[in-house]
Design a protein around this ligand. Sequence first.
Ligand code: ADP
Ligand code: MG
Length: 301
Amino acid sequence: MSILIKDITKAYGNQKALDNVSFSINKGELIGFLGPNGAGKSTMMKIITGYIRPNSGEVFINNELVKTENPSIRKNIGYLPEHNPLYTDLYIKEYLQFVAGLYQLKNKNKKVSDIIELTGLGDEQHKKIGALSKGYRQRVGLAQALIHDPSVLILDEPTTGLDPNQLEEIRNLIRTISKEKTVLLSSHIMQEVEAVCSRVLIINKGVLITDGPVEQIKKGNISQQQEITIEFDKEVKKESLQKVSGVHSVSLKNNRWIIESIDEADIRPNLFQFAVDNKLVILTLQQNQQSLEHVFHQLTK
Ligand code: ADP
Ligand code: MG
């Protein structure tokens, strides 16, 4: 077990930010930590990395208990905090050498040039951090998180605020890095987690509400209703569609009917029979997969 979280509770004053949260992450997994703003993601990450103390509960990284008084645990952890705080007046190399010094690394120059290469900072390496675009600053943030070659990486909203090109570049970089590390990546954006993670933990108001593979969570157990898109060659009365067996609701969108079933039963044969009975030709018939976004809204509303 790379990361083990046991019954973590954290309150700021009388406001509970985390309520008895437990989960574990195996070596080599890339896990999404998804939740709306204020859900408690950053708080959890600060506790995992030993920056703040929980009120109760324990965190183990590679079977070692995380304690704020014991910073040596941080040798095993790379942390990219939310908003990626950096010294904008330092040159990239200068900053990374400073970080390498904090970790008391040997062969500092080699480590810095290796990490510059890994994170694709080569062309910009002589610039001051303040002169970099947001995407490149994010690379510097990842470089500082990786320079000591930790086995566990904690990335707090690493792609927030990037433009689409930068986003794809940083996602690719995270995918590459994650091949050799255990990664926990937080986001409030479903697509983000869907794009890079295999498993997702969803947190809301400090409570962990689901944990499972992305595909499984999308398939549901949440709502058994199926959604079908169907298009006919001729106009159809809403009331008549509504009467088809198994249909719960019907709405029209761009000439296509969006039909929700009552339960998990497949209503496509019924719709097909409806078309035959009414001498209609089916132009489109498609079963819509629930997006993670839909699931997320259902779970957190
Ligand atoms: P997330 O990262 O999911 O957006 P946070 O962990 O930042 O959520 O915050 C969880 C809750 O705890 C929020 O309600 C937030 O306002 C509160 N909170 C976070 N940090 C502090 C703090 N230092 N002092 C008081 N309240 C805080
Ligand atoms: Mg946060």
